[in-house]
Design a protein around this ligand. Structure first.
Ligand SMILES: Cc1ncc(C[n+]2csc(CCOP(=O)(O)OP(=O)(O)O)c2C)c(N)n1
Ligand SMILES: [Mg+2]
Length: 226
């Protein structure tokens, strides 16, 4: 949370549910006004679709045919509350119809399906046809916050986990790559590189000093020029 890195195109991971959605619409509008080929992407959960500004953003992006991809990671829970306790139907993908844009429902645990759906949306965005909503259906293995698995939430959750754990997208992709003739050693070497990178990042974060209290208001208010 709270990560911002404009040079790499990251305009903010925001703790307010759904608040990244209008940011992506703004980025898409900027891209259109500049006539550049950049496509803005908003990632959000199923819970965010219950926020009003999600629908306002989808509507505006469709109306102005902005190059935006709305990626809803539907893991069927908003904190501990299941999707069908919060809405009558499992129909998030139809949110796109209401705004007048295509909605594509994808197996979010299938890397190649997500890649294909994304490329379709990128092509639409770059050809000036406007935004697309991708509903990527997946499941949350861990609790909403922290490392617990949330099985204390009930038997239902245990059954769902049993069903979803074997659908691990990394294991599935690995199986596909092995079938395609990629050598197991090559995959192991990739895994080692990724693990080393993550461990180095964690070590860097742990060794870094905490910000100074005086930084609290930096970049919050414009400083007055005397
Ligand atoms: C505007 C707003 N309302 C409520 C919250 C409290 N809250 C934090 S996460 C969350 C659930 C969001 O659901 P989803 O986007 O599906 O995320 P998941 O629980 O799957 O991680 C809620 C209600 C918040 N952060 N912001
Ligand atoms: Mg969710």
């Amino acid at each position: 949370m709270h990560l911002v890195d404009p040079p790499h195109g990251l305009y903010g991971t925001v703790p307010l549910v759904g608040a990244t959605i209008p940011l992506a619409v703004g980025a898409g509008l900027a891209s259109k006004l500049r006539h550049d080929p950049q496509v803005a992407v908003a990632f959000f959960g199923d819970g965010a679709v219950e926020e009003g500004h999600c629908h306002e953003s989808l509507n505006l992006a469709a109306l102005y045919r902005l190059p935006v991809i709305f990626v809803c990671e539907n893991n069927f829970y908003s904190t501990h509350m299941a999707l069908l306790e919060r809405r009558l139907k499992d129909n998030i993908v139809h949110t796109a119809d209401a705004a007048g844009m295509p909605g594509i429902r994808l197996d979010g645990n299938d890397v190649l399906a997500v890649f294909d759906g994304t490329m379709e949306a990128v092509t639409r965005a770059r050809s000036g046809e406007g935004p697309t909503l991708l509903e990527c259906r997946t499941y949350r293995w861990r609790g909403h916050v922290g490392p617990a698995s949330d099985i204390e939430v009930g038997e239902h959750r245990r059954r769902e986990l049993d069903e979803w754990l074997p659908k691990d997208p990394i294991t599935r992709l690995k199986g596909y790559l092995l079938e395609e003739g990629i050598a197991a050693q090559e995959l192991d070497a990739m895994e080692t590189v990724v693990r080393d990178e993550i461990e180095a990042a964690v070590a860097f974060a742990r060794a870094s000093p905490l910000p100074d209290e005086s930084d609290l208001f930096r970049h919050v208010y414009a400083s007055r020029k005397e």
